[in-house]
Design a protein around this ligand. Structure first.
Ligand code: M6R
Length: 605
């Protein structure tokens, strides 16, 4: 949430700051700003709106300074406006911040010498640093003293005209990466801003402060004790963060699912031997065999992937209980877990604050935690006891698509591995393995064969104000996900329901301002699904049925997806829903990749 960049070197800083902010814009995009400094002055530029607005300012006021920091904002305290945009200034100090300073009101009362101009908690932190930055004090010491008083979360970068040879960065709960170049040091809250500049990076840990200079980096902790640095290699290529000819990242990410899914499965599913092996779990076969309960945690789409995965785990393993929790709820619940529980912590970004808080609580209780994470090197990936990278590649569009598919598939693979360790459910295990292997091709066929038809349907339904998605069994989580996808990018008010629940209340909503998406599989629940559909039809519904069945179905619009799959067919139907949400949004002319009020990575509560 919010993006931070910075650089100090021999070259002009402004081009990197602007390009880095463009790359991080998906993390927040209501306003942005940069400051560059030299020993005499600072050039502070801030603009409301997208980074392109800031870029226009930078074009008019180019700076030759070789040190600077920048920020793209997702508002927490104070409306999106130029005055609330970062960097915030206090005296000689300029500061950018991700996170929330919880005790900012209390801190503010002690800062009588600063005239506050914004409504942000960040300006309070800038003023606090400035209050310690007296004559003869090092900037890093002023930052350290200020942070010792802070309650909350932060990733910060600080510069001062009095010290044009250092950027001070610090982290507690909000990611920061320091890129090591030759004669250049870069700062970014996300590795994508570093691609093309350097592949060598230090991932800052919570409680660490870094002094970034042109020729290197020194790490220390909040007690000013030195820490040895750990340089790692970033393995993301430039193509992965570019649109590659697609109109939007979302379309690219939907369409690349056959490829990303093959990466998820690669080296893990062996069809000939009918084996699944996930490396990185850090569990012996005995420990896997002993698992009695799996608790799954995530937010948003990751939660829905977990919910779908829970159906798969139940299908695959007889003597296993499973529960699924929204991390934002679980973190404040008095929950109890049975013995021999393993927690699956699901997150695309690996940075979601609620999910991270649950992970830490689970670890505190001694529960074994496994991550199902996309972003390599992210905080959750680093803190879990073991886990699996889903290898879906960078997901830039705010709406999560390819990560969902890879996450659900990874849980299914985990289920197969538990079933095999326990020696149970042999029939379904073999079928799952076959279907996992075929899934990339099946998704490829949907994208190739149905894109145009879906775009046509989407155009005809884009004018509706409300939508209901419904499905049974494994299609229930898919209905929830379909509704989330549609609402977050098209702003059509959409809700997902278990088909059997419609008659318990939601069906009262059906009128001509609604359309309904009925998800139907040709399986043992087919007739039950038709009953729910008939009930909606009987009340004048405008139903689009998305199904793999060639049998007679009565709906206003029918999209029959030809697939050989059975157990994993929900993931195939989901791709059709993803395309539907995309094309509805295009028809409505909204910003597909950066929908209003949202940000990609939710690192605040
Ligand atoms: O990075 P995470 O997977 O932890 O993110 C969880 C949610 O914030 C995310 O899935 C969100 O709901 C997406 N905007 C959904 O498309």
């Amino acid at each position: 949430m919010c993006g931070i960049v910075g650089c100090i070197g021999k070259k002009e800083a402004q081009p990197y700051l602007i390009s880095g902010l463009h790359r991080l814009e998906y993390r927040g995009y209501d306003s942005s700003g940069i400051v560059t400094i030299n020993e005499k002055s600072a050039t502070l530029l801030r603009a409301k709106g997208k980074v392109s607005e800031l870029e226009k300012l930078a074009d008019k006021q180019p700076s030759k300074d070789t040190i600077g920091i920048g920020h793209t904002r997702w508002a927490t305290h104070g409306e999106p406006s130029e005055i609330n945009a970062h960097p915030h200034q206090a005296g000689d100090v300029y500061l950018v911040h991700n996170g929330i300073i919880e005790n900012y009101k209390e801190l503010k009362t002690g800062l009588k010498n600063h005239v506050f101009v914004s409504q942000t908690d960040t300006e309070v932190l800038a003023a606090l640093v400035d209050s310690f930055y007296g004559e003869g004090t090092e900037l890093v010491d002023a930052v350290t003293q200020a942070l010792q008083l802070v309650v909350g979360t932060y990733g910060i970068a600080v510069v001062s005209v009095r010290n044009p040879d250092e950027i001070i960065v610090a982290r507690a709960g909000s990611p920061l990466i320091i890129g090591i170049g030759s004669d250049e040091t870069y700062i970014a809250s996300d590795a994508s801003a570093l691609i093309g500049y350097t592949t060598q990076a230090i991932y800052l840990n919570d409680g660490e402060i870094a002094i970034c200079r042109r020729d290197g980096v020194t790490l220390r902790d909040l007690a000013a004790q030195p820490i040895s640095s750990r340089v790692e290699t970033i393995e993301i290529d430039m193509q992965a963060i570019q649109k590659q000819g697609y109109d939007h990242f979302l379309l690219k990410e939907i369409c690349e699912q056959p490829v990303t899914l093959r990466s998820t499965l690669s080296g893990r599913v062996n069809v000939e031997d009918e084996q699944v092996k996930l490396g990185g779990l850090n569990l012996s076969v005995k420990e896997i065999r002993d698992i009695e309960h799996v608790t799954i945690i995530g937010c948003g789409t990751a939660y829905y992937a977990g919910l779908l995965g829970s159906y798969y785990l139940e299908q695959l393993v007889d003597d296993l209980t499973v529960d699924v929790a929204m991390a934002s709820e679980l973190r404040y619940r008095s929950f109890h877990l049975p013995k021999n529980t393993v927690a699956l912590v699901i997150s695309q970004s690996g940075e979601t604050a609620d999910t991270l808080a649950c992970l830490r609580e689970l670890k505190r209780r001694g529960v074994k935690t496994l991550g199902i994470i996309n972003a390599v090197g992210s905080t959750i990936a680093r803190e879990v006891d073991g886990g699996v990278y889903v290898h879906a590649g960078p997901e830039i569009s705010v709406a999560s698509t390819k990560a969902f598919t890879s996450q659900a598939v990874t849980i299914a693979m985990f289920g197969v591995q538990i079933a095999q360790a326990k020696g149970s459910s042999a029939k379904d295990v073999a079928k799952f393995i076959q279907e996992l292997d075929q899934l990339p091709n099946e998704i490829e066929a949907v994208i190739k064969n149905y894109k145009e038809k879906i775009a046509d349907i989407a155009k005809r339904y884009a004018h509706y104000e409300h939508a209901i998605f419904f499905g049974r069994d494994t299609l229930y989580p898919v209905a929830l996900e379909g509704a989330l996808k549609l609402k977050e990018i098209s702003y059509i008010q959409a809700e997902g329901f278990a088909a059997g629940e419609l008659k318990h209340g939601p069906i009262a909503l059906v009128d001509d301002t609604f359309f309904e998406v009925a998800l139907i599989l040709d399986n043992w629940l087919f007739d039950k699904s038709l009953s729910a559909l008939a009930e909606v039809n009987a009340r004048g519904g405008h139903v689009i049925a998305i199904t793999n069945s060639k049998k007679q179905i009565d709906a206003e619009e029918i999209l029959v997806i030809d697939t050989k799959l059975d157990l994993l067919a929900p993931l195939v139907l989901n791709v059709a829903q993803q395309l539907f949400a995309y094309y509805v949004t295009v028809a409505k002319g909204f910003d597909v990749d950066q929908p209003r009020n949202l940000a990609k990575s939710v690192t605040v509560e």
